[in-house]
Design a protein around this ligand. Structure first.
Ligand SMILES: *[C@@H]1O[C@H](CO)[C@@H](O)[C@H](O)[C@H]1NC(C)=O
Ligand SMILES: *[C@@H]1O[C@H](CO)[C@@H](O)[C@H](O)[C@H]1NC(C)=O
Ligand SMILES: *[C@@H]1O[C@H](CO)[C@@H](O)[C@H](O)[C@H]1NC(C)=O
Ligand SMILES: *[C@@H]1O[C@H](CO)[C@@H](O)[C@H](O)[C@H]1NC(C)=O
Ligand SMILES: *[C@@H]1O[C@H](CO)[C@@H](O)[C@H](O)[C@H]1NC(C)=O
Ligand SMILES: *[C@@H]1O[C@H](CO)[C@@H](O)[C@H](O)[C@H]1NC(C)=O
Length: 279
């Protein structure tokens, strides 16, 4: 009898010890971004493969595409989460909605799907206009103008307004991603890898390192960020190499809030990384 009591006491002590150990461990479980501790703040979860994030800095809304099919199929829809809300709200009317982009200055969000491009005024919201209907959209990018990549041709176009668009002949490659950074340098990716086309030139300079990217996103300071499968990079423009700033497992999408905090998605969550003093 005594032995049983002593044994249970030992077990209780051990369990308690483990609990405190775990509590302190979770408290300081951080991700390093540029060598600094950051905590993960889950903004939404239970979303099936959220991809192509766009953050409205004015409204603090996050737009994304997600999968609505079985795991073996790919049917996409656009959804968004509002500031301080965790529940994803679907946006209806965009068939196979796959791509998103934001014109921050005018607070306009663009959606791309198999039936073309749609826009919505975020400040008012709820009045989606169909702009382009004869292209299947693979990706969208906004800087001064709206650019889109079509599927399956994977060609780059620019939206000219009034439902008109124009193919961009200067980008003759079949590309996966396209972005223009704050130096007005262009980045493209194709099967071979990542290339920079410096402002005012036509030369393609291949970057060393990662070859497959999930997305390229520009932060508020104009710095391009590149997502591999498990890491985030920025470009070293002198050496033409990629510099890893964070390890994030199975990253799908990337964005930045108004303070340039990283927002990313993985197969079922949207997460914000906030600086954390952790000792
Ligand atoms: C995908 O999975 C579902 C459910 O498991 C199954 O019913 C369907 O036949 C599958 N489709 C394909 C294209 O494999
Ligand atoms: C954005 O903010 C404005 C002003 O508060 C509001 O009227 C509008 O509904 C918001 N849009 C979305 C998509 O939440
Ligand atoms: C919806 O958008 C269209 C095109 O931008 C505009 O002409 C129309 O007035 C808008 N309707 C409402 C109710 O805001
Ligand atoms: C063209 O633009 C107008 C006004 O923005 C819109 O109402 C219309 O649906 C668009 N048409 C197509 C085919 O996208
Ligand atoms: C890019 O090139 C154009 C024309 O060559 C020049 O006017 C512009 O200032 C350049 N942009 C930057 C950010 O250097
Ligand atoms: C990717 O683009 C580069 C630069 O134009 C080109 O040299 C390369 O052949 C392209 N790769 C493929 C697989 O098309």
């Amino acid at each position: 009898m005594k032995l049983v009591i002593i044994l249970s006491a030992i077990i209780i002590v051990l369990v308690k010890y483990n609990e405190t150990k775990q509590a302190s461990k979770t408290k300081c479980e951080t991700i390093l971004v540029n060598g600094k501790n950051h905590k993960r703040v889950v903004m939404s979860n239970g979303i099936n493969r959220p991809y192509q994030l766009s953050v409205s800095k004015r409204n603090h809304t996050i737009y994304f595409s997600y999968n609505t099919g079985f795991d073996n199929t790919s049917t996409f829809e656009i959804g968004y989460i509002k500031k301080e809300h965790r529940v994803a709200i679907p946006i209806s009317g965009v068939k196979n909605g796959f791509a998103t982009a934001i014109d921050e200055k005018n607070n306009i969000v663009y959606f791309g799907g198999s039936d073309g491009i749609y826009m919505d005024d975020i400040s008012k919201s709820g009045n989606i206009t169909h702009l382009i209907n004869n292209h299947n959209i693979w990706d969208l990018f906004y800087k001064d103008d709206l650019y889109f990549i079509t599927y399956p041709s994977r060609k780059l176009y620019k939206y000219l307004g009034e439902n008109k668009s124009e193919i961009q002949k200067s980008i003759y490659e079949k590309i996966y991603q396209f972005a223009i950074d704050g130096d007005e340098d262009t980045f493209i990716t194709n099967k071979t890898g990542l290339y920079i086309i410096k402002n005012g030139t036509n030369d393609r300079i291949l970057y060393e390192g990662a070859k497959v990217f999930r997305t390229i996103e520009i932060n508020n300071k104009g710095v391009a960020h590149f997502c591999g499968q498990n890491e985030i990079f920025v470009a070293n423009k002198h050496k033409h190499t990629l510099h890893k700033i964070a390890d994030v497992k199975d990253i799908f999408g990337l964005g930045f809030d108004h303070e340039d905090n990283i927002i990313y998605s993985n197969p079922h969550e949207i997460v914000k990384l906030l600086p954390e003093n952790c000792k």
